[in-house]
Design a protein around this ligand. Structure first.
Ligand SMILES: Cc1cc2nc3c(=O)[nH]c(=O)nc-3n(C[C@H](O)[C@H](O)[C@H](O)COP(=O)(O)O)c2cc1C
Ligand SMILES: [Fe+2]
Ligand SMILES: [Fe+2]
Length: 388
């Protein structure tokens, strides 16, 4: 529990024991589920939290409310990591109104049962509506598909705080600290990455507001140099690489020869002056590879042919990239095959279904293990990929 600004409190909780966020993303530093309270003439609670931390949230709420009852519960997002405690809080405070939009209330009925919330307890808001609390006033900003259709944000007009729902969130418990960009990037690109157009629309609305503090539903409250976070969101949501000249070399190797060939190629790229990151897809969770592929402007995909197909971790990587709307990058291919190499053709077929991907003509074909014949192929590929 923490007072962020005069009478605005953070009452969420860290979760440092979760293995997979959304049953999918490793969170070695945990995650936080944030929730906020504004104590004014009226008392507003902004979002509840995941069931995994209900007890701590209840304690924080009790301390901050100090005997007062909330007048409003604002629902920014119905995903269960934020909405799990809505019904319990509503039962605890029978006079409390629940504020959402028309889509929020449909989902609330689905999660908790259609008759759980009588209509007189629901306050339905739409874009631009305001809710006066006294000294503070909340203005509602619809943010559909960041990251579900019912998502909305609240702009507090007096202290100029944007309660940004999942946007500007990051993996990692707040208590663990850590740099913002790497885990915010992995969070954004894997969770919201598909919805660049919707984030662009939101950034246009945000540009018209004076924002001094961003309170997301995961990760730290952002209060300084907000321009850097907004600039990264603009880059990510417009599918521009952060590092247009940097190269990701991602390999999928069964016995190590493809990985060794990929490392040899990476070294050649470095000799030519490129900054290169190597990721072994057999050993690195795909969410890190997705984030790195979006960060870099150039990608090398290196894959062993496997039963006439792609080694599954490469197939999965390409499927994840496609699902996140991966586009506007240059990709080079390295394949391995002992009797009938197929990987380059199959990777190209996947890349052809994505938007604005330039696949280099030069392909490196390894036959089992790196051989002198590969040197020339690799040099040609390096020249084409780096545009030298
Ligand atoms: C289970 C398995 C299936 C494979 N299937 C094929 C195949 O269908 N066509 C082919 O040319 N090579 C195939 N290979 C050979 C690999 O593509 C590759 O040449 C070999 O594993 C060496 O590369 P690595 O050390 O990176 O795994 C297969 C290898 C394994 C272990
Ligand atoms: Fe979400
Ligand atoms: Fe969330």
């Amino acid at each position: 529990m923490k007072e962020l600004l005069d009478s605005i409190y953070a009452v969420g909780a860290d979760d440092t024991t979760l293995d997979l966020f959304e049953s999918q993303y490793p969170v070695p530093q945990g995650v936080s589920y944030n929730s906020y309270v504004i104590l004014d003439e009226k008392v507003a609670v902004l979002d509840t939290i995941d069931t995994r931390a209900t007890a701590e949230w209840n304690e924080n709420l009790k301390t901050v409310l100090a005997g007062r009852a909330p007048d409003y519960l604002i629902i920014s997002h119905m995903e269960p990591d934020h909405s799990a405690n809505i019904a319990a809080l509503a039962r605890q405070y029978p006079a409390m109104k629940i504020v959402g939009n028309s889509k929020t209330f449909v989902q609330m009925g689905q999660f908790f049962g259609a008759d759980t919330f009588p209509s007189e307890r629901l306050v339905e808001v739409k874009e631009g509506d305001t809710l006066p609390l006294g000294h503070h006033t909340l203005q509602f900003i619809m943010a559909p598909m960041i990251h579900w259709p019912e998502v909305m944000m609240e702009y507090e007009q007096t202290d100029k705080v944007l309660f940004s729902a999942d946007a500007f969130g990051k993996f990692g418990a707040v208590c663990r600290g850590g740099a913002w960009a790497p885990e915010a990037r992995r969070y954004y690109l894997n969770i919201v990455g598909k919805y660049g157009a919707q984030v662009q629309a939101l950034l246009k609305k945000a540009a018209a507001l004076e924002i001094r503090t961003i309170c997301p539903l995961h990760g730290p409250v952002l209060a300084e140099n907000l321009g850097q976070y907004l600039a990264l969101y603009d880059t990510w949501s417009s599918y521009r690489p952060e590092a247009p000249e940097e190269v990701l070399v991602a390999s999928a190797s069964i016995h190590g020869n493809t990985k060794a060939a990929a490392a040899h190629l990476a070294e050649k790229l470095r000799v030519q002056g490129a900054a290169v990151t190597e990721i072994d897809l057999t050993r690195t969770d795909v969410s890190y590879a997705v984030a790195e592929a979006f960060r870099c402007g150039k990608i090398v995909l290196a894959c062993a042919t496997y039963d006439g197909g792609l080694f599954p971790c490469m197939e999965a990587f390409l499927a994840h990239l496609k699902a996140k709307n991966f586009q506007r990058r240059t990709v080079a291919l390295l394949e391995n095959g002992t009797w009938a190499p197929m990987a380059a053709k199959l990777m190209r077929a996947q890349l052809d279904t994505m938007k604005e991907i330039t696949v280099c003509e030069a392909v490196v074909t390894v036959r089992s293990a790196l051989s002198p014949a590969n040197e020339g192929q690799m040099d040609t590929l390096c020249t084409e990929l780096l545009g030298k």
